[in-house]
Design a protein around this ligand. Structure first.
Ligand code: ZN
Ligand code: ZN
Length: 180
């Protein structure tokens, strides 16, 4: 039996989001083959091709050993620097077509759920799907028709994609559009 994955409050299900995958490969940090590896972005200066396990991300050992970070967080007045460090150094990152800002709600970074296309939105994020065209029209300065068409074209594996987040405090969902 595989051991349970570590807890990431800002990226609670990295298998669902695709940032962590089952794999027999050993981790380049702890040397153990623990059944899952990280497949998301790594920000580091040198050539870096080490396989990392999610446990070495969670306990900060991959960051301490390699200087690798997993998100590029713009300093925001709402983010406590300790929370920004947790996002950058100890949280699996988000694979995007273009950089997106990690959104905040209730003065806290939101939890990242998954990249979603129209199918995933309809299947798992119904409350967001209904509100998205109107919200997209405002956010992206589109007509309601254009925003509706954009929402129909969203795909998980190709741009445009909607990255789905949920506030850990008020539970409100939010989507961030990602274009190529
Ligand atoms: Zn490891
Ligand atoms: Zn909130």
């Amino acid at each position: 039996m595989r051991e349970p994955l570590p807890t990431f409050r800002f990226h609670p299900d990295p298998v669902q989001s695709g940032a962590v995958e089952p794999s027999p490969e050993p981790c380049g940090c702890c040397g153990k083959a623990r059944g899952h590896v990280y497949t998301g972005p790594c920000y580091v200066e040198d050539d870096f091709d080490a396989v990392l396990c999610p446990w070495c991300i969670a306990d900060g050992s991959a960051f301490r050993r390699f200087g690798v970070t997993f998100a590029d967080i713009e300093p925001q007045p709402d983010f406590d620097p300790r929370i920004a460090a947790e996002l950058e150094e100890r949280t699996p990152g988000i694979t995007t077509w273009n950089p997106i800002d990690w959104p905040a709600c209730c003065k806290t970074p939101m939890a990242y759920l998954e990249p979603a296309g129209h199918a995933e939105l309809t299947a798992r994020h119904a409350e967001l799907t209904a509100a998205l065209p109107a919200w997209g029209a405002t956010e992206l300065d589109m007509t309601p028709d254009e925003a509706t068409q954009l929402c129909q074209r969203l795909q998980r594996d190709h741009a445009p994609t909607a990255h789905v987040f949920r506030c850990l405090v008020c539970r409100r969902p939010r989507a961030v559009f990602d274009f190529d």
